[in-house]
Design a protein around this ligand. Structure first.
Ligand code: RFL
Ligand code: PHB
Length: 404
């Protein structure tokens, strides 16, 4: 069988939000790129994931020129609630951060927008690729794969590994050249999507004696709710009725009475994990987004962190190709990791504070002691403006590092 050969400046592995956003930004800067994706197009477009975008992400989407539907349909959120055993405190993001906010617009929608825009521009994307492999990434990178019985080979200057936690890019870095930091939590999030009006205008994070719950949304007519469940639980154990019954028990009472229920469109359990791979780079291979790090979703940071990696990498590649700064890309890991660790810490902190740790021992402490510490810490932060500011500043997202 003959092999089809291609050449591009940057080969991008993965057509999720990281890969697509990077592809658009590079194209705007005149840098050629090809995306190689393992799944089929419809599967990629059907995935239900994040819902909250930081301003930095929104700005990047505008810079990439794919913002038109997001601006029309996305909803700016100026605050959210934390309900601590039924007692609600509003975190007024806009007041506490001198004017900032977040955007409620689904990852599913932004992925669709970026996919369609890429097709309209005629930028190359290979879907349903098998046996994707990277070689010679320290000198002259090559990406090989098979698609519909045809072998392909891409030669390129750089490879952006945007292929998520289970992708091939991170595993291409020899084990002795990377350090992986990981914490797996003893619970997961059972998510339910339904065409019902959201129970409130803003998000509500609920800590209760029955475990954590989150009331979120995708639009005025589509809700997204989550329940903390044991990591060993199975979605088959949860009928829609069982989900709604449990949610009502975890929402503040006045809201539980107003909750509109209906059939689920999607229901799944996501495990919670904190993970960082250091460094995020090996020669001419860069790890971007979930390929390099995972945060538990409690701080709404996963997708946003992926976007800040994209911003850093894009700027460094732009300097390399358009400003003759040949060494710029080698700064990627050091710059990206600084923001990664901030988001990891915030997401870990929010997760510790809001979940119920169903164990006799947590971090070497009796569960009861641990819960009391966490409750007291959350109480402390919520009870005064300075504490709320600490939460708000991190929730809207720390500024992207300026690259000089
Ligand atoms: P993705 O989205 O996993 O995309 C990776 C792509 O790579 C493909 N792939 C391969 N392609 C080629 N060869 C291979 N060998 C490959 N292996 C994999 C995959 O098919 C896929 O298309 O990673 P990316 O682009 O870095 O994006 C990361 C985000 O998806 C993720 O961080 C967020 O969804 C996390 N997240 C949230 N983030 C937020 O910022 N705000 C939120 O509100 C939020 N909520 C969430 C979340 C994640 C959740 N789950 C399901 C884990 C809520 C949930 C429930
Ligand atoms: C979501 O709507 O999916 C969502 C919102 C906020 C989070 C996590 C998930 O912290």
């Amino acid at each position: 069988m003959t092999t089809q050969t291609h050449h591009t400046q940057v080969a991008i592995i993965g057509a999720g939000p990281s890969g697509l956003l990077l592809g658009h930004l590079l194209d705007q800067a005149g840098i050629s790129n090809i995306i190689v994706e393992r799944a089929d197009r419809d599967y990629v477009l059907a995935r239900i994931r994040a819902g909250i975008l930081e301003q930095g992400f929104v700005d990047l989407v505008k810079q990439a020129g794919v913002h038109h539907r997001m601006e029309k349909e996305g909803k700016v959120h100026h605050g959210f609630d934390i309900a601590l055993y039924g007692q609600r405190t509003r975190i007024d993001l806009t007041r506490l951060t001198d004017g900032q906010s977040v955007m409620c617009y689904g990852q599913t929608e932004i992925t669709r927008d970026m996919t369609e825009a890429r097709e309209q521009k005629g930028l190359p994307t290979f879907y349903t690729c098998h046996d994707v492999a990277l070689s010679d990434v320290q000198a002259s990178p090559v990406v090989t794969f098979e698609q519909n019985g045809q072998q392909h080979r891409i030669t390129c200057d750089y490879v952006a590994g945007c292929d998520g936690f289970h992708g091939v890019s991170r595993r291409t870095i020899p084990e002795h050249k990377r350090t992986e930091h990981e914490r797996v939590y003893p619970f997961g999030w059972l998510g339910l999507l339904s065409d019902t009006p959201p129970v409130a205008d803003e998000l509500i994070y609920c800590k209760t004696h029955r475990g954590f719950a989150l009331a979120s949304m995708r639009s005025d007519t589509r809700s997204r709710y989550y329940l903390q469940v044991p990591v060993t639980d199975d979605v088959k154990n949860w009928s829609d009725d069982a989900f709604w019954d449990e949610l009502k028990k975890r929402l503040p009472e006045d809201l539980a009475q107003q909750l509109v229920t209906g059939p689920s469109i999607e229901k799944s359990i996501a495990p919670l994990r904190s993970f960082v791979c250091e460094p995020m780079q090996y020669g001419k291979l860069f790890l971007v987004g979930d390929a390099a790090h995972i945060v538990p979703p409690t701080g709404a940071k996963g997708l946003n962190l992926a976007a800040s990696d994209v911003s850093t990498l894009y700027q460094l590649l732009d300097r390399h190709y358009n400003r003759q700064d040949k060494d710029a890309p080698y700064r990627y890991s050091e710059i990206a990791l600084r923001r990664v660790w901030h988001a990891e810490r915030f997401s870990w902190w929010m997760s510790n504070m809001l979940h119920d740790f169903d164990q006799t021992q947590v971090n070497g402490m009796e569960k009861l002691t641990f819960d009391r510490f966490m409750q007291s810490e959350l109480d402390f932060y919520l009870s005064h403006e300075e504490g709320q500011k600490v939460i708000a500043r991190q929730y809207v997202g720390l500024p992207y590092e300026a690259i000089d």
